[in-house]
Design a protein. Structure first.
Length: 404
């Protein structure tokens, strides 16, 4: 049996189900767009930005998220949104990603001359143009490139986050900030369901993103109930900067089909329960519930290592426990620019530090396709997944990889 090589990983069909549009720009594009729009950056060189903003390590999640102020600033018009989306799809396809679910919060891009529909259509145009280009001359047997868009509501925001949020606070100046947050999430939910129903924009899901600690998911229960009744899929950032109870809320209050990160799923110390025995029981029950329901965890190794100072080595990541419990999981980038990573790099990092057999790897890769929020009807999704499996197995034979 031949060892799994980087070339094999690059060539197998892959997914990225957790990648933020505004965290995955090409650095050269960020600089070019900022110059065109006369926006100030901390530096106008790639080395300078990597040193000052997009670092190899961050103090915590909040510092990690601070770089988004610069990327979002250049994505305030249809042309930039379309370009960034197009380039993201092309970059993914170059490393073998065949299915991409791009997520972002349109309310960060909206203002008085750019509404929700215009933002979404611009991103869809970029992804659709890339898809049409990539699928024009496919090699024999290669699955076509496909995509979906996930709309993010924000756990927390201030008036400085965007012009839209500033206006929202001005209109609701007598409301509690938590109430304004609820209004924004509900508006995003209604707009997303309406767009899905009335257009061909490939919106496939709804997400809750942003600073987790101190901003419980339950605040957004009405919004997620609305998209749930509108037959949209749900994924929720949970267990990234907080513990198992955050994941529990995401599943029970927000109807989450997938969990973004899930890093602290097994962390009993983050539970607000005094008894050690009760903490163990809580985590065990939660893990069993996730396993039985095949709730897929979107694992982002590099991002978690950058934002969690208590994790000193990759082996300390909870991925090992997820694998031991046979949880459904998939490898994702989170932010290609902010984390300086690719799907290929994420898989190689996992293989280097965890005992993952060829069969386990194959199952994880296929989980990504099976648990995707595929845009078209289920019979078409089944045929698409079958084409992925066939192509994967042809590469196993080419590279002499035994499925065991």
């Amino acid at each position: 049996m031949q060892p799994i090589t980087e070339e094999f990983i690059r060539r197998i069909p892959k997914t990225d189900l957790h990648v933020h549009l505004d965290g995955s720009l090409r650095l050269s594009t960020l600089i070019e767009l900022a110059k065109q729009r006369k926006l100030e950056l901390p530096s106008f060189s790639e080395d300078g930005l990597n040193q000052l903003v997009f670092k190899s390590h961050y103090r915590d999640l909040n510092e990690y998220l601070s770089g988004f102020q610069w990327t979002v600033a250049v994505m305030q018009d249809p042309e930039s949104l379309e370009r960034v989306a197009y380039e993201l799809a092309i970059d993914n396809a170059e490393e073998g990603v065949r299915y991409l679910e791009v997520r972002f919060a349109p309310q960060l891009n909206m203002h008085e001359t750019l509404g929700f529909e215009e933002v979404m259509h611009a991103v869809d145009r970029g992804l659709r143009r890339a898809r049409d280009t990539l699928n024009r001359d496919l090699p024999a047997g290669m699955p076509p490139f496909e995509y979906g868009i996930i709309v993010c509501a924000m756990r927390f925001f201030t008036a400085e986050f965007s012009r839209y949020y500033r206006e929202l606070f001005e209109v609701h100046r007598y409301s509690d900030p938590a109430e304004v947050t609820q209004y924004a999430s509900m508006e995003a939910a209604k707009a997303t369901v309406k767009l899905r129903r009335e257009s061909d924009v490939q919106v496939v899901g709804f997400d809750l993103a942003g600073a987790e600690r101190g901003h419980p998911a339950a605040i957004h229960e009405r919004a997620f109930g609305y998209v749930h009744r509108g037959f949209l899929n749900k994924t929720v950032h949970a267990g990234e900067a907080y513990g198992p109870e955050s994941i529990f809320q995401a599943i029970t209050k927000l109807h989450a089909d997938r969990i973004g990160h899930g890093l602290h799923l097994f962390n009993e110390e983050l539970l607000g329960i005094e008894s050690p025995e009760d903490r163990r029981r809580y985590v065990r029950n939660l893990v069993d519930f996730i396993a039985n329901n095949r709730t897929t965890i979107e694992v982002c190794l590099t991002s978690n290592l950058q934002t969690s100072p208590d994790i000193q080595t990759p082996q300390q990541h909870s991925l090992g426990q997820m694998l031991a419990q046979n949880l459904s999981l998939t490898f994702c980038t989170d932010n290609r620019l902010v984390s300086h990573t690719t799907v290929t790099n994420e898989i190689l990092l996992a293989l280097q530090h965890f005992d993952i057999s060829p069969r386990q790897l194959k199952n994880i890769i296929i989980y990504g396709f099976k648990r995707s929020f595929f845009y078209r009807p289920y019979p078409e999704k089944r045929r698409y997944v079958r084409s992925v499996i066939n192509y994967y197995e042809s590469l196993e034979r080419e590279f002499s990889i035994k499925d065991r």
